[in-house]
Design a protein around this ligand. Structure first.
Ligand code: 0X9
Ligand code: ZN
Length: 408
């Protein structure tokens, strides 16, 4: 009974949820001349890159900015600099420029064109209002700092907040099963922060009238972190397709490509398996050491205080059948529900249970359910860490069909 109510409420979250262009060639920053089709580009391009096999795809995904993978059609969609385009061309990859996406990438519309998405500041204001207006149900916790906040000088940076939602009069709170929902670890994934914030509003606004929500808020403990990467999000709100945090002291001197990919920085099998990059300018840069980034530390430290360790240290140790809690990390895009492992094609020790739960979640939002590594190999991700380290049932939702999803 408890399980089905729990499931229904978490599923409410799920429910919330060409040819060469003549003249478009990959041209160097500042360059104005577009060469004839087929020549090397001199600006950012979005391409369809045809990969011969899984190994080639994984090698590409570990180093480049992969947006989509179409295993059935044998290609991935990537954003490339002219230099990257040239490198891949030299390596013999067949690439086609996606005209529409290239135009979008070169002329991104910022958040001003997206009134449905609250900014970092607007989101924080909402969280404070919720904590004030629903004082016996919601509590705002400062769980750590962004990279800018930790570094002296420069931008002031941000706190990272978790909103705890549970009826504080029904105790002990620690004994309630925990749902940890996080979003916006990747800056450009606009939809995710707004979905997490609206989920918080939905729970609080429907408490006392909707019996499912009331039960859920009474007997479960939900933590919502809508802005895991606020520094990066602030940049993305200006309309650039920023992904990483803003860490700039690891050797990348290019302000448009420094930063650590927080979804490669977690301390479970960090950098183990060719699922991340060691190059500080790469979009999948894993950072100088595991959990090197303050944003990663904020998430990991908080999760460690909320969930018991339910899994042994071995690769094949399963979490027990009565394991408690769930973690969902919201990303975009591709309409997928993913579960661990990402670091290997092997099934996780709880593969059957993860798959059953993942398929059920996907039934509600019509996304495609699959193991993370079916997409491509990744290491140092949030969900591999939370399942691998603590045995938490952990999922990644890849929401929607664009990073800057239209409000409609
Ligand atoms: O590459 C990523 O981090 C995720 N895709 S995104 O476009 N949002 O960047 C996919 C991660 C898949 N692997 C795991 N969830 N383990
Ligand atoms: Zn993402």
């Amino acid at each position: 009974m408890r399980n089905s109510r729990w499931m229904l409420t978490v599923l409410a979250l799920a429910a919330l949820s060409v040819g060469l262009l003549p003249g478009i060639t990959p041209h160097a920053a500042g360059g104005t001349e577009a060469g004839p089709p087929g020549q090397n580009p001199t600006d950012l391009v979005v391409v369809r890159l045809y990969f011969p096999d899984r190994d080639a795809l994984n090698a590409i995904a570990a180093e480049y900015d992969v947006w989509e993978v179409h295993h059935d059609l044998g290609y991935a969609v990537l954003l490339l600099t002219p230099e990257e385009y040239e490198t891949l061309q030299r390596q013999g990859y067949r690439m086609e420029i996606d005209e529409e996406k290239t135009i979008e990438a070169r002329n991104p519309l910022g958040i001003p064109g997206y009134p449905c998405y609250r900014t970092v500041e607007e989101t924080y204001q909402t969280l404070e209002e919720l904590a004030t207006n629903y004082s016996s149900l919601a509590e705002l916790e400062d769980i750590g700092d962004s990279w800018d906040k930790v570094m002296p000088g420069g931008n002031p940076g941000y706190d990272i907040y978790a909103l705890r939602i549970t009826n504080e009069d029904i105790t002990p709170l620690e004994d309630k099963p925990t749902f940890f929902l996080m979003a916006e670890i990747h800056a450009r994934e606009y939809t995710t922060a707004e979905t997490a914030t609206r989920f918080a509003e939905y729970l609080l606004q429907n408490y006392g009238t909707n019996p499912e929500i009331t039960f859920f808020v009474d007997y479960y403990r939900t933590y919502i972190v809508p802005m895991t990467n606020p520094d990066g999000r602030k940049i993305a709100e200006g309309g650039t397709l920023w992904r990483k945090n803003v860490d700039n002291d690891d050797g990348c001197t290019n302000p448009s490509s420094w930063g650590t990919d927080l979804n490669r920085n977690h301390s479970y099998r960090w950098g183990c398996c060719g699922g991340s990059s060691g190059s500080p300018c790469a979009e999948t840069y894993r950072g100088p050491s595991q959990a090197s980034e303050p944003e990663t530390q904020a998430i990991q430290n908080k999760v460690l205080t909320l969930f018991p360790d339910q899994r042994g240290p071995g690769d094949s140790d399963p979490a027990p059948n009565d394991a408690t809690g769930i973690l969902i990390t919201l990303h975009s895009y591709s309409e997928l529900v993913l579960w661990p492992w990402g670091w290997t094609y092997s099934g996780a020790p709880n593969e059957a249970q993860l798959q059953t739960l993942g398929r059920k979640l996907a039934w509600y939002n019509n996304y495609t359910p699959e193991q993370s590594s079916d997409l491509y190999i990744t290491d140092g991700t949030t969900d591999d860490w939370s399942y691998g380290e603590l045995g938490i049932a952990s999922f990644t939702f890849e929401m929607g069909t664009q990073f800057f999803q239209a409000c409609s």
